[in-house]
Design a protein around this ligand. Structure first.
Ligand SMILES: Cc1cc2nc3c(=O)[nH]c(=O)nc-3n(C[C@H](O)[C@H](O)[C@H](O)COP(=O)(O)O)c2cc1C
Length: 144
């Protein structure tokens, strides 16, 4: 089977500790630099100790960065919600968009996704990604 030209990957995770503004800024600057080089785009949400992120780009670049993200000590308990071919980018022009959520909203998302007994790999996947992408897209609209 031929490799798709473009995929997106969506996951959520739990921060090791409550992230300060300065730590979030560092994380974003670091991410945007590499994402620009790899032509990756996406959106990161953070709130109440919970991250949710979508990455989009060519499969090799998305998978390489996701491997790094999985090993990052700033978070744990990653749940891979989706890794699928897409026909076009939803976050074109965003090397990594960001939205700081109210703590309550972050925890609500975590609750919703943690119900699915999933892990960092797709083999464990038992969850519905549709709502996650809708949530992430909603924040792209509010920021433009
Ligand atoms: C929640 C979260 C999201 C991240 N998102 C990205 C990202 O989009 N792109 C990226 O290059 N690194 C991202 N990182 C950072 C990577 O885990 C890693 O630290 C970075 O790519 C540098 O890796 P290196 O030192 O091995 O080059 C993220 C880390 C966390 C905790």
């Amino acid at each position: 089977m031929t490799e798709p030209a473009l995929i997106h990957l969506i996951y959520c995770s739990t921060a090791t500790h409550e992230m300060s503004q300065a730590e979030l800024l560092d994380l974003l600057q670091q991410s945007r630099k590499l994402n620009e080089q790899l032509k990756l785009t996406g959106m990161l949400l953070y709130g109440g100790g919970v991250f949710m992120q979508v990455l989009e780009g060519i499969p090799a670049a998305v998978d390489m960065v996701y491997q790094k993200i999985c090993r990052d000590p700033r978070h744990h308990s990653l749940i891979l919600l989706e890794r699928e071919p897409v026909s076009e980018r939803s976050f074109a022009g965003w090397s990594m968009g960001f939205h700081h959520l109210e703590a309550e909203a972050g925890q609500q998302f975590a609750g919703a996704f943690a119900l699915n007994d999933a892990g960092p790999d797709l083999e464990d996947k038992a969850c519905r990604p549709g709502p996650a992408l809708d949530i992430l897209r909603q924040f792209a609209r509010t920021q433009r």
